[in-house]
Write a protein that binds this ligand. Structure first.
Ligand code: ZN
Length: 81
C-alpha cells in the first residue's frame, strides 16, 4: 500500500460523510467541518421550532423538513460563495 493511499484513508476516516455533509452524518459520528456546520444549523432550526411551539402559535402549519443541507447551502451560509 502506498503512502498516498494511507493518507487518503486517514482523511476519509475523519470525514465519514464522504463529501455528503449533513446533520445526520454528524449524528453518525462524522466530525468534519461541514458536518459540524450542518449540525449547528440543524440545532438552531430545532431551537426556533421549539420557540414557536412554546409561543402558542398555530401548531398544525405544515413544516418542510430538511434533514440534510446541500454543500451549496452550507458554503453559502459560511459566506464562501
Ligand atoms: Zn462530514
Amino acid at each position: 500500500m502506498s503512502l498516498v493511499l494511507i493518507g487518503v484513508i486517514r482523511r476519509m476516516k475523519s470525514s465519514k460523510c464522504k463529501g455528503q455533509p449533513s446533520a445526520t452524518q454528524y449524528g453518525n459520528g462524522c466530525r468534519c467541518a461541514l458536518c459540524r456546520d450542518a449540525w449547528r444549523m440543524h440545532s438552531i432550526e430545532l431551537r426556533q421550532k421549539e420557540r414557536k411551539k412554546s409561543g402558542g402559535t398555530k401548531r398544525d402549519t405544515p413544516v418542510v423538513e430538511h434533514d440534510a443541507f446541500t454543500r451549496e447551502q452550507i458554503l453559502r451560509a459560511r459566506g464562501m460563495m
